[in-house]
Design a protein around this ligand. Structure first.
Ligand code: FMN
Length: 339
């Protein structure tokens, strides 16, 4: 997820388990193939065999409409170590669609087919090339033509977010249409949209008939969710432990600050690290009362050291514990040698 699931987040969530693979933020391809430096900057896992530190494969996601440039970029990513490529035809952002990218291609299945086919032809057979779509741009029934086109182009699987571009993120996701689309093709369909709890996965599986799922916002709001969804465990029977309490959430957030600041691959400047900390806590605040209260405490704070202090001092009685980690001392997170 662009602006959300960067390499630090992928590393942290990957360690918690429950992911068979994850996907990079989209990399936009325009009139030139992506450069080595762009690929390495946004997907630093390429330096470690294309996997997060806990071994989760990272798909490099490309977004664009120019078949040749997309193919050359995919080849470059694979040459650098990418284990799989994902093609984004779901992004609803106006600036992206206005430049003929993302969900704009859903209006022209033949053009989408040409992009997928060009990438599939260019990338070695052992490297999966998958396709990420929404149900359509405006008409959700367009999904039927689009999945057939992507399959004809040789994509290995299709992830379907059960909304049109026009619907943006308005609930609910249309799982039934994902199931109908899956019946039109032979390749695997990965169902996506609104899986926020183990019980959602159970219903999504029953309605779509799919056996693979992609989780976006739910994993960010509930870091304990993915390990509980991982089949063959029966998600419904897995109890409430996936709803982390404040101590585990705080520990993860402090670890996030620590890595984003101190890891030499990132060394994120203080203001940006503070913004990312608030972003993650705000996402948690949507589903967890103490996180909401903690967010209220730090939302106007302008300095990272003050925000970290506030989180360390923010305590909550009767909160379930969960995993916690040792993080470097506060002064190391703020250190004067850092940007
Ligand atoms: C802030 C944000 C950024 C996103 N960035 C991407 C992206 O870069 N690539 C992509 O395929 N989907 C992206 N998505 C869409 C998600 O992958 C997913 O399809 C959507 O959020 C629905 O799934 P969910 O209900 O599990 O979040 C993004 C979504 C959000 C909210």
């Amino acid at each position: 997820m662009e602006g959300v699931s960067d390499a630090v987040v992928r590393g942290l969530l990957g360690e918690l388990g429950g992911m068979d693979f994850c996907v990079s933020e989209f990399l936009r391809v325009t009139h030139h193939p992506l450069s080595v430096s762009t690929l390495r900057k946004h997907v630093p896992e390429l330096e470690t065999g294309g996997r997060t530190r806990s071994g989760v494969p990272v798909q490099v996601q490309l977004l664009g409409s120019h078949p040749e440039m997309m193919a050359l970029s995919a080849v470059q990513a694979v040459a650098l170590g990418a284990l799989a490529i994902d093609l984004n035809f779901g992004c609803p952002a106006r600036r992206v669609n206005g430049h003929d990218g993302g969900a704009a291609l859903l209006k022209c299945p033949d053009r989408l087919e040409r992009v997928v086919a060009a990438v599939r032809r260019a990338v070695p057979g052992g490297i999966p090339v998958s396709t990420k779509i929404r149900l359509g741009f405006e008409d959700p029934d367009d999904v039927f033509e689009v999945v057939v086109a992507a399959e004809a182009a040789g994509t290995d699987w299709i992830t379907i977010h059960g909304r049109t571009k026009k619907q943006m993120y308005r609930p609910p996701a249309d799982w039934a249409r994902i199931g109908s689309a899956a019946n039109r093709v032979k390749i695997p369909i990965v169902a996506n949209g609104d899986i926020f709890a183990p019980s959602d996965l159970v219903r999504c599986r029953a309605i779509t008939g799919c056996s693979a799922f992609m989780v976006g916002r739910g994993a960010f709001r509930h870091p304990g969710l993915l390990p509980r969804l991982h089949l063959p465990h029966e998600p419904a029977a897995s109890g409430a432990g996936w709803r982390w309490g404040w101590p585990a959430r705080r520990s993860l957030l402090l670890r996030f600050v620590s890595e984003t600041r101190l890891d030499p691959r990132f060394r994120t400047p203080e203001r940006a690290a503070l913004a990312r900390l608030k972003q993650w806590l705000r996402a948690m605040a949507e589903v967890h009362g103490p996180s909401r209260a903690a967010f209220d405490v730090i939302k106007r704070i302008q300095r990272l050291d003050e925000a970290v202090d506030a989180l360390v001092n923010f305590s909550c009685a009767h909160e379930p514990t969960g995993p916690t980690w040792d993080v470097p001392a506060r002064d190391a997170l703020i250190g004067s040698s850092l940007p």
